[in-house]
Design a protein. Structure first.
Length: 95
C-alpha cells in the first residue's frame, strides 16, 4: 500500500511540471518540451493507482481512471506538441 501512496504523490507532481511547462511555452522557452514530457510520464503513473487514502484514519477508497484522465493526459500531449514545435522553430515570433 505504501507504494501506491508514492504513486499518488508522483501523479500530483505532474500538475506542477505541467504548469511550469505551460509558463515556459508561453515565454517561448525550449525547456517546455522536457518539462511537458516529464509531466506526461508522471501523470501516466495514475494507471497503476487502484486505491487512495480516504481519510486520516487509514480508510482507502477504490479509484479508476474516468473521463477526466484522458482529458488531463491530452492537455499534457498538447503542451508536448507545442514544445516540439517550439524546438523546431515553428512557434517563433514572427515580426
Amino acid at each position: 500500500m505504501a507504494g501506491e501512496h508514492q504513486s499518488i504523490f508522483f501523479c500530483w507532481l505532474a500538475n506542477i511540471f505541467y504548469i511550469i511547462a505551460l509558463v515556459q511555452l508561453w515565454r517561448k522557452r525550449k525547456a517546455a518540451l522536457g518539462l511537458s514530457i516529464t509531466a506526461f510520464l508522471l501523470g501516466s503513473l495514475f494507471v497503476f493507482v487502484h486505491t487512495i487514502p480516504e481519510s486520516e484514519g487509514g480508510a482507502m477508497a477504490e479509484v479508476s481512471p474516468g473521463i477526466a484522465f484522458p482529458v488531463w493526459m491530452l492537455a499534457m500531449v498538447l503542451v508536448i506538441v507545442g514544445g516540439a514545435l517550439l524546438r523546431r522553430g515553428q512557434l517563433a515570433e514572427k515580426k
